[in-house]
Design a protein around this ligand. Structure first.
Ligand code: A2H
Length: 262
């Protein structure tokens, strides 16, 4: 972390139904039959079976950027600019010279997108999952969009539990944060629900327990990568270290993801 460019898997989560605020705001700004994708950056493609929701920073600004004919993505301007340099938007003739030349058709804070229903590739929740707020999302990292896998990410689990407890305070419907959490990966030390186990063991009570969460994140990542075995998916029974690249490739091949460096 922090040294050199980070190689992420950028996943395409297609919008199924906009939050009322967005539905109103983008009327006439994009084609009626356009596809729009939220694009989270992940280091753990092998966990995508367990997506229960997707996080945005409520105060971070996101743009709707035109990727190609009738296709748009929702990311931070900083991420769109990075993607332009990685060849995701333009031919050389109309390459943007400044961030202001990016093909952005709409911009709003993350809070406006909360409640939007999206399709998460590979997820057990084929009915779709919701965009939810997460205060700790960094605008200066990845795409500013974080897909949530509470079974294996302590940050995601702690935030999701907080959203369930204080749904009214966060202005969300409780059921948006109540998708079932399925076991994905078996580890010798933490069983088949690594993140919930660690959150309990380290007595993490809220997303504000940042020191313990950083520790839980390291433990979960190391244990999962070096000792985890897949319990689900196409590579069930294989080690996580083997399955990771295979799941990533399969997502690239199906067009559900693309590589993104930051
Ligand atoms: B990971 P690195 Cl299951 N702000 O994906 C905060 N967190 C962000 C982010 C941002 N702007 N962009 C990406 N991330 C998260 C899955 C996952 C992740 C699991 C377990 C651990 C884990 C599901 N969430 O990350 O600091 C994304 O969450 C722990 C390292 O750029 C991404 O991978 O190295 C990871 O942090 C990227 O972290």
């Amino acid at each position: 972390e922090g040294v050199g460019p980070q190689e992420y898997t950028a996943l395409k989560l297609q919008v199924k139904e906009w939050s009322p605020k967005l539905a109103e705001a983008i009327k006439g700004k994009i084609e009626d039959d356009a596809k729009v994708y939220f694009v989270p950056a992940t280091l753990r493609p092998e966990t995508m079976y367990g997506q229960t929701n997707c996080f945005v920073g409520p105060k971070i600004k996101y743009g709707l950027f035109k990727l190609k004919e009738k296709e748009y993505i929702v990311v931070t301007k900083r991420a769109a600019w990075n993607m332009a340099f990685q060849g995701h938007f333009f031919d050389n003739d109309n390459f943007p010279k400044t961030q202001d030349q990016l093909p952005m058709v709409y911009e709003a804070p993350g809070s406006d997108f909360v409640g939007t229903l999206i399709n998460a590739p590979l997820s057990f929740h084929t009915e779709g999952v919701y965009i939810l707020p997460m205060e700790s999302v960094s605008a200066a990292k990845g795409t500013g969009v974080v897909t949530s896998v509470p079974s294996d990410s302590p940050d995601d689990y702690a935030t999701l539990m907080d959203l369930q407890k204080k749904a009214d305070f966060y202005g969300i419907k409780k059921e948006w944060a109540e998708k079932e959490i399925h076991p994905l990966i078996e580890t010798p030390t933490y069983g088949n629900l690594t993140a919930p186990t660690l959150v309990k063991q380290l007595k993490i009570n809220s997303p504000k327990d940042v020191t313990q969460l950083a520790q839980a994140k390291d433990l979960a990542y190391m244990e999962g990568f070096y000792k985890g075995t897949m319990l689900v998916g196409e590579f069930k029974g294989e080690s996580v270290s083997e399955a990771k690249d295979k799941v990533r490739k399969s997502l690239y091949d199906s067009g559900d993801a693309f590589p993104f460096a930051d």
